[in-house]
Design a protein around this ligand. Structure first.
Ligand SMILES: *[C@@H]1O[C@H](CO)[C@@H](O)[C@H](O)[C@H]1NC(C)=O
Ligand SMILES: *[C@@H]1O[C@H](CO)[C@@H](O)[C@H](O)[C@H]1NC(C)=O
Ligand SMILES: *[C@@H]1O[C@H](CO)[C@@H](O)[C@H](O)[C@H]1NC(C)=O
Ligand SMILES: *[C@@H]1O[C@H](CO)[C@@H](O)[C@H](O)[C@H]1NC(C)=O
Ligand SMILES: CC(=O)N[C@H]1CO[C@H](CO)[C@@H](O)[C@@H]1O
Ligand SMILES: [Cu+2]
Length: 263
């Protein structure tokens, strides 16, 4: 009996403790996605973030070209967030960071141990933006272009923040190519969702359609856009709860360890 309950405590602790993110080794060659960032007053961040499967199939190559960051309020952070931007452009509705392995917000990402960072924490792993313009090309081993993988990013969004976590721009990804030799390159639609935080209170923008028009048509299985009202639990700035979950998990692990010593 006693041994059994100790075992179940151990099982619980193991189930909750964060895992390192695995290196993605089988991304289809040639898959390409792009998010077009178009600033809206008062934030004027503009440009593109292209994420393609790495030539060797190992993770992805990220190519960023942006301008218009404010001269104050940095350094700027950016992340893949867990939900798409809804058609009203509300960056807050994108929820928390892509974090399939549940490491949480704290401690801060250690860029020398990237597998231990939140999968979506691109600035944590690859550096903050510290100027009004930013260009970078780097590899990230942990993002997947395979829809069924927990680290799949392309049906989610990318969000840019001031250092105080205010969300100054966000955008969804559009598929440019599905990969593996396909030559069907869909054009980037101008309706691709991309917004600053300031939203006009008047009518819809001319020519703008629902975010469904911005989704790649051949990734319906996971690409459903999130309706504007579907995220009641999203935090206004950044998630803060996951760190606490981790501490509870560590506590349970410690308890289990002590219990084993007492046997
Ligand atoms: C934006 O999304 C957040 C989180 O879902 C919600 O609380 C807020 O009311 C939304 N704001 C607008 C203007 O829709
Ligand atoms: C990146 O910027 C954030 C927000 O200002 C800061 O907390 C963090 O320490 C910075 N990271 C690095 C590696 O400088
Ligand atoms: C963050 O900084 C911006 C620019 O300095 C400011 O407008 C905003 O009110 C700040 N937000 C918070 C939550 O401190
Ligand atoms: C918006 O999308 C709907 C459904 O995809 C389509 O029927 C309609 O023509 C589109 N409108 C515009 C202005 O593109
Ligand atoms: C999803 C898929 O078909 N992936 C394949 C893409 O091509 C590479 C290289 O030929 C294969 O290794 C993948 O399995
Ligand atoms: Cu973020």
């Amino acid at each position: 009996m006693r041994a059994q309950s100790i075992l179940s405590v151990l099982a619980l602790a193991t189930a909750v403790v964060a895992e390192d993110a695995p290196i993605i080794k089988d991304n289809p060659i040639g898959a390409q996605y792009q998010a077009e960032i178009k600033g809206k007053a008062p934030w004027e961040v503009a440009g593109s973030v292209k994420i393609a499967s790495n030539a060797a199939g190992k993770g992805v190559t990220v190519e960023i070209a942006l301008s218009g960051f404010p001269s104050e309020g940095g350094p700027f952070m950016y992340h893949i967030h867990e939900k798409a931007v809804p058609s009203n452009g509300n960056c807050t509705a994108t929820g928390a960071h892509l974090d399939p392995y549940k490491r949480g917000e704290t401690p801060l990402c250690d860029a020398n141990a990237k597998s231990t960072c939140q999968t979506g924490d691109l600035s944590g792993k690859h550096g903050n933006i510290t100027a009004t313009t930013f260009s970078a090309v780097y590899n990230d081993d942990f993002l997947a272009t395979i829809e069924s993988d927990p680290s799949f990013f392309a049906d989610k969004s990318i969000v840019f923040h001031l250092s105080n976590k205010t969300r100054i721009a966000c955008a969804n990804f559009v598929q440019l190519s599905p990969g593996n030799g396909s030559t069907t390159t869909t054009t980037t639609t101008t309706a691709s969702a991309s917004y600053g935080t300031a939203l006009p209170s008047g009518g819809p923008h001319s020519g703008h359609n629902s975010s469904s028009s911005a989704r790649p048509t051949n990734s319906d299985s996971t690409g459903a856009p999130i309706p504007p009202t579907a995220s009641p639990t999203a935090a206004p700035t950044e998630p803060a709860g996951s760190g606490a979950t981790k501490m509870v998990a560590s506590g349970a692990a410690l308890f289990a360890f002590v219990a084993v010593l007492m046997l």
